[in-house]
Ligand binder design. Structure first.
Ligand SMILES: [Zn+2]
Length: 287
């Protein structure tokens, strides 16, 4: 499943190919949008929010797409074989004289007025990769996200699925997208490992400073992946079940975050991230 780093890279590539140019071709192969005509509109920009891609047009409409599990946007030279987009899994084609962008296996597709974009994004938290996310002001995305995560912990999770007296597991609060948008299973696992936190530690155990540190780490890891390309970063736990922890040598385990039908895998080291040690070696600011 694509995480924020992949979505940000995709948005940048689409923006470079489409921004400021009129669409000569616009096919939305989607039941609720196939009659929408975007040909002739100029693309103002392609932005991202969480895992949503927002293609904004000069007539104040936005094409929102979402990569969900397997979606991709590929960019081909207009006129090339790839640009024909004959694959039945293609859901959207946006082309100008030079470039043709082909969206395959997209998980969501809608066209809305740009001012109504927010209604499509639901109750998403601040975007982890947004410029200024960690600005040192109370209104920055980071501070808003810390507040949302701790409030959800106090309520027993974003869906209230845990006992409020015990709090909600950090890994679930990170994955929900409602505290902060843009963290998936890879960066949730890697960030918790970086702070030596048991994934099911309730957020309250590390407090606002601890949550802030974890979010800063997730942002740093994702932006590093954006800089060097996804899949190029060394992973400590994610996808390494049964293999020796790079720090202590213990076999990495995989557990489950969330309850049915929202289960997600979470990789962790049972020694470095032992339960009951929320003030682990590298977590700072813990109570
Ligand atoms: Zn370990």
């Amino acid at each position: 499943m694509p995480e924020g780093d992949v979505v940000l890279l995709t948005a940048r590539r689409l923006d470079a190919a489409l921004r400021g140019r009129p669409l000569d071709r616009a096919e939305l192969r989607w039941p609720t949008a196939f009659e929408v005509d975007l040909v002739g509109r100029t693309v103002r920009e392609v932005a991202m929010y969480g895992k949503h891609l927002l293609t904004r047009l000069d007539d104040d409409r936005t094409l929102r797409t979402h990569l969900r599990m397997d979606g991709t946007w590929r960019i081909a030279r207009t006129g090339s074989a790839q640009a024909r987009a004959r694959d039945p899994r293609v859901r959207a084609v946006l082309g100008n004289a030079t470039w043709t962008c082909v969206g395959t296996d997209l998980g969501m597709l809608d066209v809305v007025r740009t001012r109504d974009e927010r209604t499509l994004l639901g109750d998403l938290g601040p975007d982890l990769l947004a410029d200024g996310f960690d600005a040192p002001v109370r209104t920055a995305g980071l501070e808003v996200a810390v507040g949302r995560i701790l409030a959800a912990d106090a309520a027993g999770g974003f869906r209230g699925e845990h006992d409020p007296a015990a709090g909600a597991p950090l890994v679930e609060l990170l994955l929900s997208q409602r505290g902060v948008a843009g963290i998936g299973t890879i960066y949730a696992a890697e960030s918790l490992f970086a702070h030596r936190l048991w994934p099911w530690t309730p957020a309250r155990a590390i407090g606002p400073d601890g949550v802030r540190d974890v979010l800063r780490t997730a942002r740093r890891l994702e932006l590093a992946a954006v800089a060097t390309g996804p899949q190029t970063q060394e992973r400590f736990v994610h996808g390494r079940e049964g293999r020796p922890c790079r720090v202590c040598g213990t076999a990495v385990q995989v557990g489950v975050a969330n309850r049915s039908p929202y289960e997600r895998p979470v990789f962790w080291c049972p020694v470095c991230q032992a339960p009951g040690q929320p003030t682990g070696a590298r977590s700072s600011g813990a109570p």
